[in-house]
Design a protein around this ligand. Structure first.
Ligand code: AFP
Length: 323
């Protein structure tokens, strides 16, 4: 069978839409390109003294790791000049990222977390990039309006895991497909076609150190999973925990707790893209009560509780916990 690389796959998907102009294809190609550069740096991080913190802090007061800054720059540089994007948002930058005047603006809005799980960088644990793509709203819209679209308005989303191998997983509204980077040729090759999350798994992923800060219902939910024989896996990098559960089934949750009343994870560029993927793979995601994709961010960096994974475990959460 002929090898299917990411470019060919994206092009073949584009051909199914007679009205497609290739703009969207170019955005995906550029994100894949940025992720290869990020993967290269992640892989040699221990060798070239790129590890460690910069003195700067991001908008949440967290110390930025050098690789966070690097990944953020590469994502912006890959997308700002191609004339296909009108505005971007990144976890690392407080305000919308405008396209410089010297470049043409396009009809897409791109949101991303350039390097998720950055506290794992120093210890050689898998980290990732998450992205989502919206269409621009009407011309007179402000940058903020374009970034405050409902999750269901996403037209594509994906993530890259920098793990034992680098994988690019994306969905443009049809199936979810995964590509593994072959470093010898520098190409992402189709390795996981039409990914479907098992309807029920046996893994739960949660930071159980927060147990005493949870509502009783959440404690009972975890207790119910334990009684059903579930096992626990928690990496602390959302992309990696999500990726494992997407392939094996199960549930990831970061619920609200006494300390994080609105949850910890970000709605626009973490919860939305992964929820888009999980729904297209046959799973579900809620914030505790409503579907994540039905939410609309009030600000760029809104947080949300996130319960995401196989249908069975999300339904059980609704039954035991949702109000
Ligand atoms: P860092 O980027 O600071 O490592 O945070 C990672 C993250 O946003 C997400 O990737 C994890 O799922 C979650 O936070 C882990 O949070 P806890 O450390 O509170 O469990």
């Amino acid at each position: 069978m002929a090898l299917m690389n990411l470019s060919r796959f994206i092009l073949e998907e584009q051909r199914r839409f007679s009205e497609a102009t290739g703009d969207f294809t170019m955005i995906l190609e550029q994100i894949a390109f940025a992720s290869k550069i990020i993967a290269r740096e992640v892989n040699k991080a221990g060798l070239v003294n790129i590890l460690g913190s910069l003195d700067t802090q991001n908008v949440f007061g967290e110390t930025q790791q050098k690789l966070d800054v690097f990944a953020n720059q590469k994502m912006i540089e890959a997308l700002d000049h191609i004339g296909k994007v009108c505005v971007m948002a990144s976890e690392e930058i407080e305000t919308p990222i405008e396209i410089p005047d010297k470049y043409q603006k396009g009809k897409y809005v791109v949101v991303f977390d350039p390097l998720d799980g950055s506290s794992n960088i120093d210890v050689n644990v898998s980290i990732g990039t998450i992205f989502g793509i919206f269409k621009k709203k009407e011309d007179e819209c402000s940058l903020e309006d374009n970034l405050q679209q409902k999750g269901r308005d996403l037209i594509a989303a994906g993530y890259v895991v920098y793990g034992s191998s680098t994988m690019f997983v994306y969905c443009a509204g049809g199936t979810v497909n995964g590509f593994t980077l072959d470093p010898s040729v520098g190409e992402f090759l189709l390795s996981h076609s039409n990914i479907k999350i098992p309807p029920k798994g046996n893994i739960y992923s949660v930071n159980e150190a927060n147990f005493n800060k949870w509502d009783e219902n959440i404690r009972n939910y975890i207790g119910a999973l334990k009684n059903e024989g579930y096992t626990s896996r928690y990496i602390g990098s959302l992309v990696s925990d999500f990726h494992r559960n997407l392939l094996k089934g199960g549930i990831f949750l970061y619920p609200s707790d006494e300390k994080n009343k609105k949850g910890k994870l970000r709605l626009l560029y973490e919860a939305f893209p992964l929820s888009f993927i999980v729904e297209h793979a046959g799973g579900a995601s809620i914030d505790g009560n409503i579907d994540i994709l039905d939410k609309v961010p009030q600000t760029l960096h809104d947080r949300t509780p996130l319960i995401i994974g196989s249908k069975y475990e999300v339904e059980l959460f609704k039954k035991l916990v949702a109000k």
